[in-house]
Design a protein around this ligand. Sequence first.
Ligand code: LMR
Length: 395
Amino acid sequence: IFSAIAMAPRDPILGITEAFNADTNPAKINLGVGVYYDDNGKVPLLECVQKAEAKLMEQPTPRTYLPIEGLGAYDKAVQELVFGADSAVIQEKRAVTVQALGGTGALKIGADFLKRFAPDSQVYISDPSWENHRALFESAGFTVNNYAYYDAATHGVNFEGMLAALKAMPEGAIVVLHACCHNPTGAELNADQWGQVIEVVRANNLIPFLDMAYQGFGDGIAEDGAVVRRFTATPGPLLVSNSFSKSFSLYGERVGALSVVASTAEEAARLLSQLKRIVRTNYSNPPTHGGKVVATVLSTPELRQLWEDELAGMRVRIKQMRDELVKKLAEKAPGSDFEFVRKQVGMFSYSGLTKEQVEKLRAESIYAVDTGRICVAALNSKNIDRVVDAIAKVL
Ligand code: LMR
């Protein structure tokens, strides 16, 4: 039975990490995966996380099963972070949240849920989008289409194209939107453009699915969550996946959540019951540790403040690396114009490097995604010169 099974291709992002791990060059640099590294090239273990873990260890608890929907304190903290503590959807009990295995796990629960209750809808993702969006929604059984998004000529958003695509979508279509820090392009809509998007989504009865994996890496926690709040101020369904992989540097703990907004508390209770069925038949219930750590940090004022400061530190360092990259490329590759890198928001830069140029970089043990996406958060004061020299060489 297995003899006819073909080899699957490497994952376009995590496959690069596999190749990076296999590289024996001590000077190798991984600009592929979306992971934040500090200036020493290390994935940080945040102080707020260490303090929360120490606090939890003061009173060790048995590792019994969590409820199917996850730790109550975690789900509550997530709702307050994602929707705002004073949100009407929380007060009116119209939002339901299930703890999920990272942002990817949240998207998958949402995709399975939508396939069950909107089986004929098609999914629309931005062109381009995070590589796993298409694969994930296709694996849930959907046909996945693109809507216009990136304009390579301006390195910004092709807003007219995007709006026209939204207007042309059939009623009930599922639109996946990046709430902030667009992955992979770093190109963002402005507040006015978001207003227009929300208007079309609601007028045409589309189903918005906001993916928020990088809250806090753009302009700030509340600023990056603003779009979610603006959506909740309009009537209609809403799904939001969020992740603490990056913002808490808890990649391996797989801590994320799916939140769904219903029109009444009674409807919300029915939605939760169905979400629980999906979780139960996939992995039963989520793991305890990461959820406890995040809930502890978010609900303890000093730890929460520490987290906000540490997250701000990561955000600022990424912006400094953007500036350095632009300055150094201007010196080393005169005639090139990378000014746009400064305007991009979040962890990534859609650098404009071609697949061939990315391959040449790889020959020098510098790893990027084939599309030219580089993780600016992996640059540091020690490796940036080598990266700039290598880019200047392949241009
Ligand atoms: C990325 O885009 O690199 C991250 O979101 C990690 C992943 O799972 O792909």
